[in-house]
Design a protein. Structure first.
Length: 310
């Protein structure tokens, strides 16, 4: 869908924006920012199950050109990788960041400056990668950056395992949601990501995201300005349960929600010790996922060639 776009944050007054930031800090008091609700007193120095403490830690802030065409455009996505993660995926390709919290400390003002610098470099959006456990700081940074002239959309790029309370506070702060739909079966989610309730939490979270931002809207250059796009990483041996996930998207969200079908899996981190996932996916497995996506009347992007739409 193509349309002119009025950034969602413009519908928020400063008072409303600040109230949302306060609400996020309140959630962090005895931490409930993610569905694990570990109740760590992070602002008092306790470490959450995500590995994060009460300070903002960031692994990198850079332009990234390898995202889907509506996200990267031709000028790049202003990608910010946050340290730590609520999930414990055996196959995480960014495990030094997610599991060992590699990165440097920032405060909200420093991150706001980083966002503005990305805009100056031509970024077509601010892409928050795995930021849920830092959202009080990040929302504060977005507010400060908006005061300083940030005008590009904000992308919430996540595992799809999200607290409903957090998502409700992000309404009208986030322009584009880019969540994963990793599994359709909780047994697989527990085995490979350490989460026993991923499927139902993920699906409910995607419904909230869709209700907030609806279908993907792009500008005249094909760059996303608002809406929802869902990512699905095809795993070996059908572990990701793509057919059921695609049917959920088509039936309970919209057939117009694009799916980024990723084939980049390789056995990183602890995956090499698990016989089911200690290999790359086959051409046949990826082709089957493409067919299932088409049979669900969904469209999206191939991993091998993101310029192709099917």
């Amino acid at each position: 869908m193509k349309s002119k776009h009025l950034p969602s944050y413009l519908s928020l007054s400063n008072k409303e924006f600040l109230a949302k930031i306060d609400g996020l800090y309140e959630l962090m008091g005895e931490c409930g920012l993610c569905p694990r609700r570990c109740k760590a007193k992070r602002l008092n120095g306790e470490k959450g199950l995500c590995g994060a403490e009460g300070k903002l830690r960031i692994a990198s802030i850079n332009l990234h050109f390898g995202e889907e065409p509506p996200i990267s455009g031709k000028t790049g996505s202003g990608t910010i990788f946050f340290s730590g993660c609520p999930l414990k995926c055996k196959f995480c390709q960014n495990y030094p960041i997610s599991r060992y919290c590699a990165g440097n400390l920032y405060d909200a003002a420093e991150l706001a400056v980083g966002m503005l610098k990305l805009q100056e470099k031509g970024a077509c959006n601010i892409n928050l990668v795995s930021s849920s456990h830092y959202m009080p700081f990040v929302a504060e940074s977005i507010f400060l950056a908006k005061q300083g002239g940030l005008s590009i959309p904000v992308v919430y790029n996540s595992s799809g395992y999200e607290s409903f309370d957090t998502l409700n506070l992000l309404d009208k702060i986030i322009d584009i949601y880019l969540p994963d739909i990793k599994y359709s079966n909780n047994e697989e989610a527990l085995m490979y990501s350490g989460i026993k309730d991923y499927a139902e939490i993920n699906r409910s979270a995607l419904k909230i995201m869709y209700n907030q931002v609806k279908e993907l809207v792009t500008d005249a250059k094909g760059v996303a300005v608002s809406g929802l796009m869902v990512r699905h990483l095809v795993l070996p041996a059908g572990i990701s349960g793509h057919k059921d996930s695609f049917r959920f998207i088509a039936d309970e969200l919209s057939e117009n929600v694009p799916v980024s079908l990723m084939s980049q899996y390789f056995p990183a981190y602890k995956a090499c010790y698990d016989f089911k996932i200690n290999r790359k996916i086959t051409t046949g497995e990826y082709a089957e996922a493409i067919l299932d996506l088409a049979n669900a009347n969904l469209t999206g992007y191939f991993q091998e060639d993101n310029s192709l739409m099917f």
